[in-house]
Design a protein around this ligand. Structure first.
Ligand SMILES: NC(=O)C1=CN([C@@H]2O[C@H](COP(=O)(O)OP(=O)(O)OC[C@H]3O[C@@H](n4cnc5c(N)ncnc54)[C@H](O)[C@@H]3O)[C@@H](O)[C@H]2O)[C@@H](O)CC1
Ligand SMILES: Nc1ncnc2c1ncn2[C@@H]1O[C@H](COP(=O)(O)OP(=O)(O)O)[C@@H](O)[C@H]1O
Ligand SMILES: [K+]
Length: 500
């Protein structure tokens, strides 16, 4: 699904109205009704008291329409119009008149003293500004947003938290508990620094014109299940272990050999036929005992890798987990990179070594996949001033070296020289030791099975996140560990195959 800018969203709204021959009011009705349906499912108790803050644009129009729907079905509703200017949008003005005629309690707010006691209400709905925000919030809107944030009330924002900029850093906006956004994912809603404004984000369909969305020129995508599902390769009836890919995992050092065990097991559980672990001597027994399905090759180093030398011919290599940064290991990585021709995933210390030897990055073959967490990323591309800057710097880095960078974290970003794919699966349960090692194993396995690099990264990150999504009830997220990811890879495949 494409992620669009505010300008593109305006275009899609206008094209929906034109191509489907509906009025703008009808589209507002669709959006407000979708919000209302979401709301009544969550707050089915009609004694829930609702305070709605509406601006005078179309976001405010949505707020008023929602007020009418809630009032009609028996909820106790009060509306405050935040009149930041006296020219209402046509549809907002229409809903204002209708709401008044329907005897909904409405007041206009021009100064702070008129703001009601927000804490008296069970839920606040925020419809002050939507995607039309064009400058910093000031005046009465600023006062109201300040009061909402001070109140500690449960706040649901319509479309976007009021005050949130879609294309640049936000410093002041409604701090919503939940944001219910209309159909098109907006980048700003999924950036770590905006989480304090957005709260939980839910995307609801409002019937925007699909053709108009697909015509919009965007190279930022929100990965969807149906798309990932289509990428899964079917199994061949006559497959044998030699035809479904051989993954090699290179890493480990004294005290960190578990990382290679996790990555290797994850690789095999993701479906490649063979897995070999390449480790320093101290690690070989560890993996042979704990994970008999894997083969192992011993490095000549006792406690850390000191030369990377093997005779097997793997289809993909994942390198770096638990590897450490000993001088001999660095040299071994350098020599390996000079000679390597096999599709490659680089994680953890592999990335750290590259960060301190920037000229080695040029040794990487096009479409090599790097999987940094934020700390590793900042060493690799330099620091950033905000999340937009982070994305821009990573994008330029990916373009310069023709690489695929997996920026890990909630809503992991997969950035290559052309596009950005935002992952839509995963929960904080994944913030656990070894979780990144497992991801390296999964992606390496997919590469070994013949998926192209960008699909390997997209599918791998998606499956990794899915394992957390559907175990939230069976395993409390706090006690979910990296091995639980591995144990649920099969369930993730089942789930993806169900919708094919
Ligand atoms: N256009 C459509 O057809 C639809 C729009 N919808 C809703 O409409 C919203 C967008 O509506 P609008 O484009 O009217 O924009 P907003 O409702 O976000 O209102 C912004 C209005 O305030 C002005 N403004 C911007 N920044 C300001 C600031 N800092 N201080 C004071 N005034 C400021 C703008 O000039 C604009 O008139 C969406 O978020 C969504 O909620 C939905 O009803 C679906 C259909
Ligand atoms: N809050 C979160 N929501 C979703 N995914 C997360 C969250 N926190 C971490 N993850 C995922 O968990 C993994 C953690 O990787 P990493 O930090 O390298 O762990 P480790 O070094 O312990 O292996 C990444 O894939 C990351 O995207
Ligand atoms: K809003």
């Amino acid at each position: 699904m494409k992620i669009l800018t505010s300008q593109q969203i305006r275009y899609v709204d206008a094209e929906t109205i034109k191509r489907e021959a509906i009025s703008s009011l009808e589209l507002m009705k669709r959006a407000s009704t979708a919000f209302y349906n979401w709301f009544i499912e969550k707050y089915s108790n009609k004694s829930t008291s609702v305070l709605i803050f509406s601006g005078v644009g179309n976001n405010g129009g949505d707020g008023l329409f929602i007020a009418r729907l809630l009032h009609k079905s028996g909820y106790s509703v009060k509306v405050c119009i935040v009149e930041y200017k006296n020219q209402y949008s046509e549809d907002c003005a229409h809903n204002f008149r209708r709401a008044k005629a329907e005897n909904i309690s409405i007041i206009k707010i021009y100064n702070e003293d008129q703001i009601p006691d927000i804490c008296k209400y069970d839920v606040v709905i925020d419809g002050i500004f939507g995607t039309g925000l064009s400058r910093d919030v000031t005046g009465i809107a600023e006062s109201v947003i300040g009061k909402i944030n001070e109140s500690g009330a449960k706040v649901i924002s319509i479309d976007v938290p009021s005050g949130l900029f879609l294309e640049r850093k936000t410093t002041f906006a409604v701090k919503a508990t939940e944001t219910v956004t209309f159909q098109i994912p907006k980048l700003a809603l999924f950036l770590p620094e905006n989480n304090l404004f957005t709260g939980n984000v839910t995307i609801i369909d409002i019937g925007l014109n699909e053709q108009a969305i697909s015509e919009s020129d965007s190279n930022i995508y929100f990965t969807e299940k149906s798309e990932i599902s289509k990428l899964i390769k079917p199994l061949n009836l006559f497959a044998h272990k030699g035809t479904v890919g051989h993954a090699l995992i290179v890493g480990g050092s004294l005290g960190k050999c578990g990382s290679v065990c996790l990555a290797s097991r994850a690789a095999l559980k993701t479906g490649c036929g063979l897995v070999t672990a390449y480790m320093p001597k101290c690690g070989v027994q560890v993996i042979q005992i704990n994970f008999p399905e894997a083969m192992a090759i011993e490095d000549r180093g006792e406690r850390y890798i000191s030369n990377i030398d093997f005779e097997i011919k793997p289809d993909a290599i994942g390198i770096g987990v638990g590897m450490g940064q000993n001088e001999e290991t660095k040299k071994a990585l350098h020599d390996f990179l000079i000679n390597n021709k096999v599709p490659l995933v680089i994680d953890a210390d592999g990335i750290n070594i590259l960060s301190s030897n920037h000229n080695w990055i040029e040794l990487l073959k096009p479409d090599t996949i790097l999987t940094p967490h934020p700390g590793e990323l900042s060493r690799l591309v330099g620091g950033w001033s905000d999340d937009y800057d982070k994305i821009q710097k990573t994008r330029l880095f990916a373009q310069k070296y023709n690489l695929i960078i997996v920026v890990k974290g909630a809503y992991t970003l997969i950035i290559d020289s052309e596009n950005i794919y935002m992952n839509s699966t995963g929960t904080p349960a994944l913030a656990t030791a070894g979780s990144g090692d497992v991801l390296t194993g999964i992606i390496t396995s997919l590469l070994a099975q013949g998926y192209n690099p960008i699909d390997s990264a997209k599918v791998g990150v998606y499956i990794h996140g899915m394992t957390a999504d559907f175990t939230t009830k069976s395993i409390n997220p706090r006690s979910f560990v990296a091995s639980d990811i591995i144990e649920n890879i099969g369930n993730a495949y089942n789930n993806l195959e169900k919708i094919r």
